[in-house]
Design a protein around this ligand. Structure first.
Ligand code: SAT
Ligand code: MN
Length: 602
């Protein structure tokens, strides 16, 4: 631990630390204006340097915001507990503030910008008394990419600053990318008293502005992620002819070195990170999976007519429970150093534990609330939405292309959800428009990533329901319009790893075995695998789906996983209609046609 003296020494050794470090007048004027509003005791301008990290980390430890973990086991790793009332995204407090209600659409909370600004400025006024306002410049995307955007987040949370430096390219690099321009995203984040009654996550897409108050948790407070990269991003993408999607990006490398890139949208906590970091089973000798991103894809048609994707992030904010050496080896390797753990359990030797970690549970530890916990305790030791924030460079299978400003060409888009019934393991859409319909009608059982009823199926179009920054009907239009801008569109697929039989047993082993599905998808994109037509789409022909080396798994089980149950589909269509009714006035007619075609095929 640094003593206050040592902290002072670091500051002295680097006179400029914390001082204003940009000559961009628009930024300086805006920061001054916000400081006048929030009245912090101090303004600290972050530059992203190592010495700044040492200083801020020491201060966070000093204030009890972070606990230093066992540095022999977990070098550079720290532990954080959030307020127990603040453990996930809160969709009911999330607003899209556009001039008209119609622009936000029926799936978003809407408020008039003027009124919401007034309310938020009222809450922010004087709220940083006795505190420091950190100025966090950051990039979403690699330096120099035409897709990259600059954000500046002002926050009074040191945990947010330290998390942002993991999750985004933070510091001077952002000023470098921006130069003298003024088109940066303005983000203001105030902790207030972390009270759910005063919690608002508000987006003003027309001003490229985000104001978030009353929560310090992940997607609510790390403004680059869901707020900028998805909500504001999707709005800008529609205006500027690109797509901001809730998708992982991975590269499949064949034994001959052929690389195929795939983007996949699953709702939060449905295994995007596991899929993005998958390790092919031994049967797939010489095959490799490279991770480009695990949560967000920004995609734009490239000069060669293909759709190119970048991962705007620089780190992984992954779900902790269930992560182990078997379910996700590369995630485990990614969190051994320089990682912030939030809301897991803390062992007496300052190690971390969570449900589903390898090995036996600790005999005794402190749970995520800081209470004593033993294996006999009824409560979970780690919160179901406990998280790790780890730099992507820790991932041994990080694709070198993750830093390529041009991005990677996408051959396949995969949609998927968590469904115990109805949805087969895999099918391919007949064409782009049909694929848009498949994405638009996605459903998934609710997980712990957002406050709500666990397990209930909800419609989550393209996994964007909580993240689309404008009218969902217009968003479907945008998907359809994009087809005209992409000469060689990716093929579109739907997967479901979570289907169960009548006894509640999973019909597919999942995890690394998903490589078998992915291999079929890649082969389809290359025109190498055959398929059979069904009412839902194309499904693998028996010879084209590799079950080799999968002990105890039979072709019968696979066909069970692929079954189309007409009773289920009647119910499914009625449920899909509920969403379509809600969006009716702005629903593209193509979606209605696709529905009618499906009904007639069924
Ligand atoms: O929204 S978070 O960033 O906290 C996580 C997620 O839901 O994907
Ligand atoms: Mn996500």
């Amino acid at each position: 631990l640094l003593t206050p003296n040592e902290m002072g020494n670091i500051m002295e050794a680097n006179e400029k630390m914390g001082k204003c470090n940009t000559s961009n007048r628009t930024i300086i004027a805006w920061v001054e204006e916000q400081a006048k509003l929030c009245q912090p005791d101090e303004i600290f301008w972050c530059d992203g340097s190592e010495s700044e990290k040492v200083l801020l980390t020491a201060e966070a430890v000093d204030k009890g915001i972070l606990i230093k973990l066992n540095q022999e086991k977990l070098p550079g790793c720290y532990y954080h507990r959030s307020n127990p009332n603040d453990v996930a995204r809160v969709e009911q407090c999330t607003y899209i503030c556009t001039e008209t209600r119609d622009e936000a659409g029926p799936t978003n909370n809407w408020a008039a910008p003027k009124e919401m600004y007034q309310k938020l400025l009222g809450l922010a006024r004087g709220s940083m008394h006795g505190r420091t306002m950190y100025v966090v410049p950051y990039l979403m995307g690699p330096l120099g990419s035409p897709l990259t955007k600059v954000g500046i987040e002002l926050t009074d949370s040191i945990y947010v600053v330290l998390s942002m430096r993991i999750m985004a390219r933070m510091g001077d690099v952002a000023y470098k990318h921006l130069g003298n321009r003024d088109d940066f995203n303005r983000g203001l984040h105030c902790m207030l008293d972390v009270n759910p009654e005063r919690r608002y996550i508000c987006h003003f897409p027309q001003d490229n502005t985000i104001i978030s108050v009353g929560s310090a948790y992940g997607g609510n407070a790390l403004l680059g992620k869901k707020c900028l990269a998805l909500r504001i991003g999707s709005y800008l993408g529609r205006k500027e002819g690109w797509m901001a999607e809730h998708m992982l990006i991975l590269g499949v490398e064949s034994p001959t070195g052929e690389k195929t890139y795939v983007a996949a949208a699953f709702p939060s906590a449905c295994g995007k990170t596991n899929f993005a970091m998958m390790i092919p089973p031994a049967h797939f000798k010489g095959w490799k999976i490279w991770t480009v991103g695990d949560d967000i894809a920004w995609m734009k048609p490239g000069p060669d007519g293909r759709l190119y994707a970048i991962n705007p992030e620089a780190g992984y904010f992954g779900v902790m429970p269930g992560t182990n050496y078997k379910s996700n080896l590369n995630a485990m390797k990614s969190i051994q150093k320089d990682t912030i753990y939030t809301n897991v359990a803390l062992t007496p030797d300052l190690d971390v534990w969570w449900e589903g970690k390898d090995g036996p549970p600790p005999k005794e530890c402190l749970d995520w609330r800081g209470n004593k916990w033993t294996p006999e305790s009824k409560e979970k030791a780690a919160h179901p939405n406990s998280r790790f924030a780890a730099p992507m460079i820790n991932n041994p299978m990080l694709a070198p292309e993750a830093n390529d400003p041009s991005g990677v060409p996408i051959s396949a888009i995969i949609f998927g959800g968590r469904r115990a019934d109805t949805m087969p393991l895999v099918f391919q859409a007949f064409n782009w428009i049909h694929g848009v319909y498949v994405g638009a009608t996605m459903g998934s059982e609710m997980t712990a990533a957002a406050a709500g009823t666990l397990g209930q199926v909800r419609r989550d179009p393209m996994a964007m329901l909580p993240f689309c920054g404008y009218n969902m009907g217009y968003y479907f239009h945008h998907w359809i319009i994009m087809r005209k801008l992409i000469k060689y569109p990716p093929r579109i697929f739907h997967v479901n790893w979570f289907r169960k039989d009548a006894n509640g047993e999973f019909l597919w082993p999942g995890f690394g075995e998903n490589m078998r599905v992915l291999k079929w998808i890649v082969d389809r994109c290359k025109g190498r695998a055959n398929a059979n037509e069904t009412p839902l789409g194309w499904v693998p022909g028996p010879e084209s789906f590799d079950l080799g080396g999968l002990e105890g798994y039979t072709p019968e089980k696979l066909s069970q996983a692929q079954t189309i149950n007409y009773e289920d589909w009647r119910r499914e269509l009625l449920q899909q209609d509920e969403l379509f009714m809600k969006l009716y006035s702005n629903l593209p007619k193509e979606m209605i046609f696709q529905r009618e075609l499906l009904v007639s095929r069924l």
